[in-house]
Design a protein around this ligand. Sequence first.
Ligand SMILES: CC(C)(COP(=O)(O)OP(=O)(O)OC[C@H]1O[C@@H](n2cnc3c(N)ncnc32)[C@H](O)[C@@H]1OP(=O)(O)O)[C@@H](O)C(=O)NCCC(=O)NCCS
Length: 221
Amino acid sequence: MEIVIANKSHAGYAQYICDTIAESAKVRGTGIAKRTPEYVITKMENGNAVIALDGEKFAGFCYIEAWGHGKFVANSGLIVHPDYRGSGLARQIKEAIFKHSREKYPDAKVFGITTGLAVMKINSDLGYRPVTFSELTDDPTFWKGCQTCRNYDILQRTEQKMCLCTGMLYDPEKEEKKKREAAKSSGSEAKKEKTMNPKAFTRLKSIKEHLFLKKDKKKDE
Ligand SMILES: CC(C)(COP(=O)(O)OP(=O)(O)OC[C@H]1O[C@@H](n2cnc3c(N)ncnc32)[C@H](O)[C@@H]1OP(=O)(O)O)[C@@H](O)C(=O)NCCC(=O)NCCS
């Protein structure tokens, strides 16, 4: 398996990547921001994406988006082809794109919004913390990306305060400070904080679904 920074030579995979993302969203029955092959190609050409290939076969992908004039960076569009799931590939791709983002945008806060437990786990291990949407970028272009998600009406109804997705943020300044403090002490506190509780996320997600989707159902009746 080869995990590399994508470039224009990978443009031929763009349509297949978009189809795989759309198909996976359909299977999961969740909302997703739609991507076009043209958009994916731009990411590849600008060195803002990571692709995983098994020989010539597409295995996985993720890309970087910069928001708020580079103050924020998001690692979006993570996809692992169904044939390659369950063996740690998403973790490797996210680690690669995170490292690349930190090198390219060292001062930017790195964030993501997701409903996926796998992504929450990986993000948490990378040092992301769950935050309210108000701590994420207020760049309207980012939130416009949610328009193609089937849950967009929830985001509108809550005036962009919350949705089914959980916001997660890596704040380089805070994390560096924590690392310095942990180095001074035994480090046990830092370790304790890094451990994510998957049950808490699952519970939070089901509460939100119950609240928001129930309201939707009533509205339709
Ligand atoms: C989500 C996805 C990227 C995971 O890819 P993967 O290569 O199978 O993930 P990994 O093997 O690296 O697993 C990473 C961690 O998540 C966990 N995980 C993987 N899939 C999971 C799932 N469906 N539910 C809960 N946890 C899951 C793994 O157990 C692992 O945790 P661990 O290291 O604590 O054991 C892949 O299933 C996918 O592409 N799904 C469709 C698109 C999608 O949901 N993208 C995310 C949009 S935000």
